[in-house]
Ligand binder design. Sequence first.
Ligand code: GLV
Ligand code: MG
Length: 433
Amino acid sequence: MKLPSNFYKPLAIGAPAPYRELPVSLERMIHFFPGHNEKVRSRLGEMIPQVDVLLGNLEDAIPADAKDAARQGVIEVGKAHDFGKTGFWVRINPLNSPWVLDDITQLVAEIGDKLDVIMLPKVEGPWDIHYLDQLLAQLEAKHGLKKPLLIHAILETAQGVKNVEEIACASPRMHGMSLGPADLAASRKMKTTRVGGGHPFYRVLEDPKDDGSPRIAAQQDLWHYTFAKMVDACVANDIRPFYGPFGDIQDQEACEQQFRNAFLMGCVGAWSLHPNQVAIAKRVFSPDPDEVLFAKKILNAMPDGTGVAMIDGKMQDDATWKQAKVIVDLAKRVAEKDPDLAKAYGFWPRSGKRRERFGPERHELIESAGVDLAGPFRIDEQRAPDGDEVELTRLQTLDELVSARRPGRLARDGSNQLTREADAAGRHRRPAR
Ligand code: GLV
Ligand code: MG
C-alpha cells in the first residue's frame, strides 16, 4: 500500500507537485468538438468565449481512419488559441486502444502547457488512473511543464460503477467524473439504443382501479442509482461530478430536464454536443436569481453560520446556511463571467474589474457613488459576508447613474443641486430631509 505521506508527492523527478485543492473554475458545460473536422475547428475562435470548457474529442465518434487527424487537429487548436478563462480539455482514446499512447505522448509534448484536463474514457478501476498518473508525471518532467495536468474519468462501465469510490480517490490529479450513459448502457447490456435520458418503458404503474379506469404510469429515471453513487463518491473526495452526453439534440426539453436533475443532485455541469446544448447548460447550471437572492438573505441573517433565523416564514439553520453558501459561491463564479447574471444576483465587480468593464468615466462614477448617491439615485453598497464582492442592494442602471451626473437633468426634485455640490466636494452625499 502506498503511504499516505506520499500521496501528494510528484510521481517523477522534476514533475510539478499535484494540486492540494482543485483550481476554482466555472464548468457548466464541457463543449465537445471533433478534432478532425476542419470546418468546426475554424469556428472555435468564436466558440471559446461562449463556453466554460472546450474539449477536443479523440475517442468515440471519431472514425478509426481519422484518429491521427483528430489528434493533429486538437494540437493545432491548442497552439492557435488563447483560452483565457475557458478550460481546454481533451478526451483521449481508452487505455486498451492502439491510439492512446500517441494521444498522451504527443499532446503533452506539443500542448501540455495549454491543456487543463485529460478526460479518460471507460475507467474500470483505480489501476487505470494510476497508469495515466505515472505516465503524465514522466511526460510533465520530460517537457518541463509547470502545472500538473488533471484527470477526469468517464464512468461508463459496470465495473467502473462498482469501483467508483476507489477511482474518485486514486490520485490528487483527479478532477472529477462524468456519467457516460451510452457506454454504460452497452456495458450493462441494457435493452436501449439511446445516449442518455429516460426511456418510455421504464415506468412505475399505479395499482389497478376498482372501476377499471386507466392506471397512471410515470416514467422513472434510469440513471438515478448510478448518478447518486457517482455524486457521493466525487463529493466525498472533493472532486467534481458531471452528467455526460444527451444524444437527442432535437429534444431540448428532455435535455434540459436531464441537466436540471443533475444540477439539483449536485453536479457542476454536463457535456454539450451541439451549440443549442450550450445555452441549455448555461441556463440550468447557473443558479436561479431568486434562489441566489434568498440564499444571500440566509447568509446575511446568520453571519457566522450558526443559530436559527426565520426568513419569509421558513426556518433557517446551519444546514440551510451551508446550502445557501453553495449557491452564493457558485453565483459569484457565474457573475465573474456573465455581467447580466451578476446584476440579477445583485453582485457588482470589484474596483479594478469595474474600470476594465465600464471604462474610466463610468468607473469613476460608480466609485464616487460610494455609500450614497444623492436622491433617487441612492445606492446602498455593502460588503458581502466574506468581503470579496461588493453587493448593491438597490441597483440603478449605469445609464441612470450617468444621466444623474449631467447638470440640469434632475432639477425638479432638487437632487441635481446636491449632486453638483457633491461633485464640487468630490463625493456624493445623501440629501438632508
Ligand atoms: C459517453 O462517452 C457515453 O458513453 O455516454
Ligand atoms: Mg462513452
